[in-house]
Write a protein that binds this ligand. Structure first.
Ligand code: AMP
Length: 623
């Protein structure tokens, strides 16, 4: 195993204690395997026997768990909303919305059906047709759910944005997606859209959820007014399962963000993964804490749970340890899907805070988005009395691919095993550090304990169907019938997968995937900056934090402390606080390849005191 890579797994398979290297989180520790006895579970799990379920499963079976449209095909919104009303569960609460002050509003499936019908009609009344893109830039407010599902009913395409983005990332994504409408608030509009509005020529309609002043906003229309005159009936037209439903933006190492295309047929995987990996049942009270601007916020913050007909908590408030524990306790949450950064923040708040709340309703906890440090799993057992089940997936996969299951043993630090219907593999890497076919055109699958690129056999329903207008980039994701994830991982003898790191330079900070190129481009806009290289450095709370190395143009005389402040302010204004670098270092020369590409890998190795690896392509290096 290359020494620079994180080594998680050092114990023996038959030892009840495993030595786990916690990488950036602080050294070695011995952690117990969490053994599961199905007899201890209060609710019969949907997946009781991993091997048997996997052997029996087919995607056709999963399809039969859904209804399909009366005229054939699948529409996500029909499966998420209408079918429960048809089945006589219209009075069941779909959304339990908590506003910032904690006031509770319930939305039943029947009400969600009529509201989403009205929104679909509203889009049509604005002249927005099937296939056209509707964006959102807003927090977790009830109208968002109406907008997403109403857009899908109208067979238009929904594209959520992270509300902590600054104007530049917003503009890039709306332009790439060709957005015709955006659902937002007047405050967010003024801060993030107004400065770049002229650069988004397709954006005709701005649907505002509040009643702030809007006379000067071109194309402004109030959500309430738009909805008021609409019919509450909307017969969903036949929807092909390959029809585009969602665009989710993600970042690579180079170039502009990529818009991953997801289709209506993905709902089969949304349902099945919620069934197996999150153990969702119709009488659950489910809470997904993901931001609606990222893929988890849509797949598991809207679609999957609603397809199960359960009650979902929608909390408008930001993270606060007491608020979260109170929500779990008072709302009697049964299934909770959260993320490592949030868990680490709860750990920081201390066990005494947790002890004040009755968490006895919680049956199943899962985490996703970044490595879950094994100590957090142990903390979950000790402090919350709950096992935190790590699972793995990404924007392109559309749904959970690898998971720890309610009924299965948990090895702290492991992401678990592939979902029924999913074949995962660890592939040997070629010269560029990515899985590659050999001279015979085939890849080599590695065995237990070997580090390679995590890959998935193509063909599951929620697999992305393209990057919008970027076929080349899409094609590069595949080799020999496998989708290459860009993650390095290893599998153990029990078939459990362990995350090792990224095969590329993208950064995961507080669960958000950030492309270094986007940050570097904005830093380069500053007149004093000659070059910029951006990397992620370990951070005990955020997993990684963004650090920029900047070389200045010759003759720059500004005091570095002043310049650092200026650059930070510039980056925050353009990119937003979640994407701007937390640290800026000045460096006379940045290491580059002979073709002039900044070697972020080397910047990172030097920053962390890791071996520098192969330097043969370094500019000025050994020939
Ligand atoms: P995104 O496409 O923004 O959802 O980010 C996906 C990436 O997040 C993956 O490729 C991984 O690098 C990382 N990731 C997601 N889940 C996990 C996990 N359970 N453990 C480690 N990394 C994860």
């Amino acid at each position: 195993m290359p020494p620079a890579e994180r080594q998680h797994l050092l114990g023996t398979q038959d030892s009840p204690l495993r030595q786990v290297y916690t990488g950036d989180m602080g050294g070695f520790s011995e952690l117990p395997v969490i053994r599961k006895d199905p007899a201890d579970l209060s609710v019969t799990p949907n997946l009781a026997d991993y091997a048997a379920t996997r052997a029996d499963f087919t995607w056709e079976t999963a399809e039969s768990w859904l209804d399909g449209l009366p005229d054939g095909g699948f529409n996500i919104a029909y499966e998420a909303v209408d079918r429960h009303v048809t089945a006589g569960r219209g009075d069941h609460v779909a959304l339990r919305c908590l506003d910032k002050a904690g006031a509770v509003t319930d939305v039943t499936y029947a009400h969600l059906q009529t509201e989403t019908n009205a929104f679909a009609n509203a889009l049509r009344s604005l002249g927005i047709s099937p296939g056209q893109r509707v964006f959102s830039l807003v927090g977790r407010v009830p109208a968002l759910y109406t907008a997403v599902l109403g857009t899908l009913k109208a067979r238009s395409v929904f594209a959520p944005l992270f509300s902590a983005f600054g104007p530049e990332p917003v503009k890039q994504r709306v332009v790439i997606g060709g957005g015709v409408a955006i659902v937002t608030t007047t405050a967010l509009y003024r801060k993030k859209i107004a400065p770049v509005r002229d650069e988004m020529p397709t954006l005709a309609h701005v649907i505002l959820l509040d009643d702030g002043p809007a006379d000067d906003i071109p194309g402004a229309i109030r959500f309430e007014e738009l909805m008021a005159g609409q019919s509450r009936e909307f017969p969903i037209e036949p929807t092909g399962r390959e029809e585009m439903a969602l665009l989710h933006f993600t970042s690579g190492t180079t170039g502009t963000p990529k818009a991953a295309v997801h289709v209506h047929g993905a709902v089969v995987a949304h349902y099945a993964t919620g069934h197996f990996a999150l153990d969702l049942h119709p009488d659950d009270i489910y809470w997904c804490t993901a931001d609606p601007g990222w893929v988890t916020g849509t797949s598991y913050g809207i679609i999957s749970p609603l397809t199960h007909g359960l009650t979902m908590i929608v909390d408008e408030g930001e993270f606060d340890a007491r608020r979260w524990y109170r929500t779990l306790a008072e709302q009697r949450v049964t299934v909770w899907y959260t993320a490592p950064t949030a868990i680490r923040m709860l750990m920081r708040a201390g066990p005494d805070v947790a002890a004040e709340y009755d968490l006895s309703s919680v049956r199943f906890v899962a985490s996703v988005g970044e490595p879950l440090n094994p100590e957090a799993v142990v903390w979950g057992r000790e402090v919350l009395g709950l096992t935190i089940h790590d699972n793995w997936w990404q924007t392109e996969t559309g749904g959970i691919m690898i998971a720890n299951y309610a009924s299965a043993d948990v090895f702290p630090g492991s992401m678990g095993r592939p979902m029924p219907g999913i074949i995962a593999g660890i592939l040997q890497r070629g010269e560029e550090g990515r899985a590659a076919a050999g001279p015979d055109g085939h890849v080599v699958e590695l065995g237990p304990g070997e580090v390679g690129e995590l890959a998935l056999r193509v063909g599951w329903p929620s697999m992305f169907r393209g990057y919008l207008d970027a076929d080349d980039r899409y094609r590069k994701c595949f080799v020999d019938g496998w989708y290459r994830t860009g993650d390095l991982a290893q599998r153990d003898e029990n078939g459990y997968y362990w995350f090792v790191g990224r095969a590329d330079d993208v950064i995961k900070t507080a669960g958000h995937l950030i492309g270094p190129f986007e940050v570097e481009s904005v830093l380069m806009e500053h007149p004093a900056v000659a070059e910029a290289g951006v990397i992620g450095v370990p951070d005990p709370m955020m997993g990684e934090r963004i650090k920029a190395f900047v070389s200045l143009k010759p003759g720059t005389t500004t005091d570095p402390a002043v310049l650092r402040k200026e650059l930070t302010a510039h980056a925050r204004r353009r990119l937003g606080p979640a994407v701007a670098p937390r640290e800026i270092a000045f460096s006379e020369n940045l290491p580059k390849t002979r073709s002039g590409k900044i070697m972020r890998r080397l910047l990172r190795a030097r920053e962390l005191g890791l071996p520098e690896g192969d330097l043969s392509t370094l500019e000025g290096g050994d020939k």
